[in-house]
Design a protein around this ligand. Structure first.
Ligand code: GRG
Length: 296
């Protein structure tokens, strides 16, 4: 099976599970399901759950066990997008090819839809623990990895550095820290959570940590490049927003050519990190290459 076909199969499994987990319930508060599903089911790349499932398969597990954790991360990711688009944050009108959640449902419901997705993520993971037979400890560890990656030492922390950096040029080290937290943490989380759920050894964990850190940073460098030279119709949101919001990015600090060189170097490092897994790492290696050439 080629890379695209395999990726698509995993995305379909994620979409089916997300659909089940957010099925609308007939109740007076049903409007919140509509707002949650509007953003969640809008067709993102599903990179984070796909990473969790691919790591599981590489380590000899099946992906069904990690799927709820991957879906929980996708819910957290979607909540961050809804809140990031709000007028008090980036004030964006388009996301995933459609109007942003607050543009359709109003600001109050968009805030609540984001909160509800964050909460649901933890409902899903704690339910998995309650269903568990023998491996409660590894599920608790996976949930802890995901909680920390989403919080003050991860995504929210990165967003705070981002907010405080607007309108000024920040040192390269702070830019690296900001992105490791804001974007990198939620890309590393599915890789490490899945490794823990599959009882990975110390050397496997170390290799996967290096892979995840390199693709996490590469993902952001590519995002900054796309914001300058990407096609808005493919990205589902307008390009040029970083410049409009006076953000420090890899491109604004290092320039376009150097950013592209850094991107290729990060992907090379990520691919090399997986050498201990031999042939079994083929899909994850191809996934790293895809991050470099993606158009959305
Ligand atoms: C508001 C709590 C809070 C956090 C915001 C992650 C984040 C912090 C904001 C998202 C905005 C953004 C453009 C982040 C940089 C890179 C990134 C995470 C892009 C979106 O991820 P993709 O490309 O999106 O995986 P899809 O739609 O494919 O899922």
């Amino acid at each position: 099976m080629d890379f695209k076909e395999k990726y698509q199969n995993l995305v379909e499994a994620v979409n089916l599970e997300l659909d089940k987990l957010t099925a609308e319930v007939d109740c007076p508060q049903r409007a919140i399901y509509q707002a949650m599903r509007y953003s969640l089911m809008a067709g993102g790349k599903r990179l984070r759950p796909v990473l969790a499932m691919a790591v599981s398969e590489m380590l000899g597990g099946n992906y069904e066990e990690v799927l709820p954790f991957g879906c929980a991360i996708e819910m957290i990711h979607t909540y961050s997008l809804i809140h990031d688009d709000l007028p008090s944050m980036d004030n964006d009108d388009y996301r995933r090819g459609r109007l942003t959640c607050h543009k359709v449902f109003g600001e109050a419901k968009a805030i609540l839809a984001g909160d509800a997705l964050l909460n649901l993520a933890f409902e899903v993971m704690s339910d998995e623990m309650l269903k568990s037979q023998g491996n409660i400890a590894s599920k608790a560890k996976a949930m802890s990895i995901i909680a920390k990656a989403s919080g003050v030492s991860g995504m929210i922390g990165g967003q705070v550095i981002d907010l405080e950096s607007e309108g000024r040029i920040i040192p390269a080290a702070l830019l690296g820290k900001m992105h490791a937290c804001k974007t990198g943490a939620l890309i590393k989380a599915p890789v490490l959570a899945s490794a823990v759920l599959n009882n990975a050894s110390c050397s496997e964990l170390e290799a996967l940590e290096s892979y995840a850190e390199n693709i996490g940073l590469a993902f952001q460098v590519k995002d900054d490049i796309l914001d300058v030279e990407g096609d808005s119709s493919l990205m589902g949101k307008p390009a040029g927003s970083d410049e409009a919001n006076q953000k420090s990015t890899y491109v604004s600090i290092y320039g376009l050519d150097e950013s592209k060189r850094m991107l290729a170097e990060l992907i090379d490092k990520a691919v090399k990190s997986l050498c201990i897994f031999g042939q079994n790492a083929q899909f994850l290696k191809a996934l790293a290459e895809y991050i470099m050439i993606r158009e959305n």
